[in-house]
Design a protein around this ligand. Structure first.
Ligand SMILES: [Zn+2]
Length: 183
């Protein structure tokens, strides 16, 4: 009886390992599919680089769940981003999936990856330097001009070309530029 129980236990372990490996493969495939999606407001930054894709996991019921967070509450792109993610996951054939919106904790610009920050710089959009909590505690931060590097800049509008960006102007070179908001 002991050996039968041990055999059953070993078989269950093998099955669990197989299920775990299959889940890992689905998650890896899903990440690859999502890594190609560009943010509709900030191309060529991807949703993954912006930290919008919060997690991928396979639930106990076998459904792969993707958690996404809007960068900006009420951002009109949120529904579109969900459609992009759903389309990419369907195309990747990773089995049953569900896209859920993660609102807490809210998206923070701290989640932008180093590659994402480098792309923002190259677009002359100033990447956010301060975390949400710091921004709330300290009001507006001094923003460096992406063209001449001067710190003598002013906020001219809370809304740039999209609600996620604010419009600034450099007092040194007088050029306007956009700054990705600290949220
Ligand atoms: Zn300047």
């Amino acid at each position: 009886m002991v050996s039968a129980a041990a055999e059953a236990g070993a078989a269950a372990e093998v099955r669990a390992a197989e299920v775990g490996a299959a889940a890992d493969a689905r998650i890896a495939t899903a990440w690859q599919a999502l890594a190609r999606l560009e943010d509709p407001e900030l191309p060529p930054l991807t949703l993954v680089e912006l930290g919008i894709v919060r997690f991928l996991k396979v639930r106990a019921d076998g459904v792969l769940e993707a958690g996404i967070s809007p960068t900006y509450t009420g951002c009109p792109a949120t529904d579109y981003i969900r459609q992009l993610v759903e389309g990419a996951l369907a195309e990747a054939r990773i089995g049953p999936f569900k896209v859920s919106q993660v609102l807490a904790p809210a998206w923070s610009s701290d989640w932008i990856t180093p590659a994402g920050r480098a792309k923002l710089e190259s677009l002359s959009v100033v990447p956010p330097e301060r975390s949400a909590s710091a921004a709330l505690a300290g009001g507006t931060a001094a923003v460096r001009c992406p063209r001449c590097g001067s710190g003598d800049t002013e906020l001219t509008s809370q809304f740039g070309s999209t609600p996620c960006k604010a419009l600034h102007r450099c007092r040194s070179c007088l050029e306007p530029f956009e700054c990705f908001k600290c949220i």
